[in-house]
Design a binder for this molecule. Structure first.
Ligand code: PHE
Length: 447
C-alpha cells in the first residue's frame, strides 16, 4: 500500500513537535510533579530527558529515516532475521493502551471547552472546582460521550491522510500555545505568595522523592518525548534525507521540556496562592486553571482559547499514537488505510470507554490497586515506553551497524560533532539500559 507522507521537511518536524507536546506536558507533568514533591522530581525528569531521552529519540530517528519504514519493516531491512522486530508489537500494544486512556483526558478537555463556551465554567470557589470535576468524571454518559466525540474527530483527521491534518495544525497551534503559556506564567507569578509555588518547583529535596518518584520521572520523560512506542520511528520515516537528526532531536526535546516547565510555572504558584494541595492527582489542572482564568480580565475568552489550543495539542499527539497501529497494519498486512483505521478505532474505543468508566460504573475494578484509568496511566509510560526504550537503546547501541548510525547522524559526514556521537553511543550502550533495568528490578522487588 502507498504510504502518505508529509509535504515538507518542516512539516515532518512540526508534526513531531506536535506529537511530543500534548497532555503529557500540560496535564500529566504538573500532576506528577505535584504528587512527587516538586523540585527533586523535576531535576530527575530533566536528567532523564538529557541522559536517556535525547539519545533514544536519536535512535528512533536513525531507524526510521534510514529505512523510511515503520519499526518492523525497518528492522527487517537493517538487520534481517533479527528478533528485535518483534518489539514492534510492544509498540503497537503500548500505543493502543496509551491512546485509549489519553483520549479520556482529551474528552475532559472538550467538557471544559464546552463549559467555557457556554459560560458556566468560571466564577466558582477553588473547592467548587474540585467538586465540579469529581461530579463530571463520576457521570458515565457525559465522560463517554466526550471521549467518543474526541475519537471520532481523531480518526476523521487520520482518514484525510497524515500530511494535510497534522502539519497544518502543528504549524499554527504550537507558537500560539507557547505565547499563551507565557501570558499565564506572568499572571501566576504576580499572584500573592507565588514564591511558594516556585520554591516547590525548583527547590530540590531528595527526601520528597524516593524510588517511586524516580520511576515516575523516567516514565514521564518517555511519555512527554513520545519515546519507546515506535511513534518517532514512524514519523521520522517521513523525514527528508538532509534533515539534521542530532539538532532536531535536541531542539524537540528542549522545546518539549520547556513547555512542561512553563505549565508547572502556570500551575504551582496558583496552587499555593489559593491554598490548594499540589498532590491532587489527575484532576490538578482542571481544578487550578479555572481559578487562574477568572483572575484575568475577560476570563472566559482566555479559557476558551486555552482549551481550544490544548485540544489541538492533544489531537496532534493522539494522531501520532494512532498512526502506530495504522502504519503497522498497512506495512505488515498490506491492507487499505481505511481498514487499518477502522480496526485501530475499534480497539482504541474499547480501551477508551473502559477508562472513561473507571471513575463511575467501573470504579470497583482494580488492577495493581488502581482503577483502569490510573492503571493504564501507570503501565503505559512506566512499563511499555520504558521497555520499548530499553530495546531501542540496546538495538542501536549494540547491534546496529555503526556506519549507519554515523551516516544518519552526520548525514554522511556533513554535520560532525566530536562530542555528541560518542555521548549518544555511550548512553545507548550503558546509561539507558542500566537505568531502565534498575527500574524493572525495582518493580520485581529486587531493589
Ligand atoms: N508525548 C505526548 C504528550 O506528551 C504523548 C505521546 C506519547 C504521543 C507517545 C505519542 C506517543 O502528550
Amino acid at each position: 500500500m502507498k504510504r502518505t507522507g508529509f509535504a515538507t521537511r518542516l512539516g515532518a518536524i512540526a508534526a513531531t513537535v506536535g506529537s511530543a507536546v500534548g497532555l503529557g506536558n500540560i496535564w500529566r507533568f504538573p500532576y506528577q510533579a505535584g504528587e512527587n514533591g516538586g523540585g527533586a522530581y523535576i531535576l530527575v525528569y530533566l536528567l532523564c530527558v538529557l541522559l536517556l531521552g535525547v539519545p533514544i529519540m536519536m535512535s528512533e530517528f536513525v531507524i526510521g529515516r534510514s529505512t523510511h519504514k515503520s519499526m518492523k519493516g525497518a528492522i527487517e531491512q537493517l538487520s534481517p532475521g533479527s528478533p528485535f522486530k518483534f518489539f514492534a508489537y510492544v509498540g503497537v500494544l503500548g500505543a493502543l493502551l496509551i491512546c485509549g486512556y489519553y483520549s479520556v483526558v482529551c474528552g475532559w478537555v472538550i467538557e471544559y471547552l464546552w463549559s467555557s463556551v457556554s459560560g458556566t465554567l468560571l466564577n466558582h470557589t477553588p473547592e467548587q472546582y474540585s467538586e465540579i470535576f469529581t461530579t463530571f468524571v463520576g457521570t458515565p454518559q457525559r465522560c463517554v460521550m466526550w471521549t467518543l466525540l474526541f475519537l471520532v474527530l481523531n480518526f476523521l483527521v487520520l482518514n484525510r491522510g497524515i500530511e494535510k491534518g497534522v502539519e497544518r495544525i502543528s504549524n499554527v497551534m504550537m507558537p500560539v500555545l507557547f505565547v499563551l503559556l507565557i501570558v499565564f506564567c506572568v499572571n501566576s507569578l504576580m499572584l500573592p505568595d507565588s514564591d511558594d509555588g516556585l520554591e516547590f518547583l525548583f527547590e530540590v529535596d531528595f527526601d520528597d522523592l524516593g524510588w517511586k518518584g524516580v520511576v515516575d520521572a523516567m516514565g514521564q520523560a518517555f511519555m512527554s518525548l513520545s519515546l519507546g512506542v515506535t511513534c518517532l520511528i514512524t514519523y521520522s520515516s517521513y523525514f527528508k534525507d538532509d534533515s539534521n537528526l542530532m539538532k532536531d532531536a535536541v531542539t524537540i526535546s528542549m522545546l518539549d521540556s520547556l513547555v512542561a516547565i512553563l505549565a508547572g510555572i502556570v500551575i504551582f504558584p496558583a496552587v499555593f496562592s489559593f491554598g490548594l494541595e499540589p498532590n491532587a492527582g489527575p484532576k490538578l489542572i482542571f481544578e487550578i486553571l479555572p481559578t487562574i482564568f477568572q483572575q484575568l480580565p475577560g476570563g472566559t475568552i482566555w479559557a476558551v482559547l486555552f482549551f481550544v489550543l490544548l485540544f489541538f495539542a492533544s489531537i496532534t499527539s493522539t494522531i501520532s499514537l494512532s498512526e502506530i497501529p495504522i502504519t503497522f497494519m498497512i506495512d505488515e498486512y498490506n491492507i487499505s488505510r481505511i481498514k487499518a483505521i477502522i480496526i485501530t478505532a475499534v480497539l482504541m474505543t474499547i480501551v477508551a470507554v473502559l477508562s472513561a468508566l473507571s471513575f463511575s460504573t467501573l470504579s470497583d475494578v482494580k488492577l495493581l490497586d488502581r482503577n483502569i484509568f490510573d492503571f493504564l496511566d501507570f503501565v503505559g509510560p512506566n512499563f511499555f515506553m520504558l521497555l520499548g526504550g530499553l530495546v531501542t537503546a540496546i538495538y542501536v547501541g549494540w547491534f546496529l551497524n555503526k556506519d549507519i548510525i554515523h551516516n544518519q547522524l552526520t548525514n554522511g559526514g556533513a554535520h560532525r560533532s566530536r562530542f555528541v556521537q560518542p555521548y549518544i553511543i555511550f548512553s545507548l550502550r550503558y546509561i539507558a539500559p542500566v537505568a531502565i533495568i534498575l527500574i524493572f528490578l525495582y518493580y520485581v522487588g529486587i531493589i
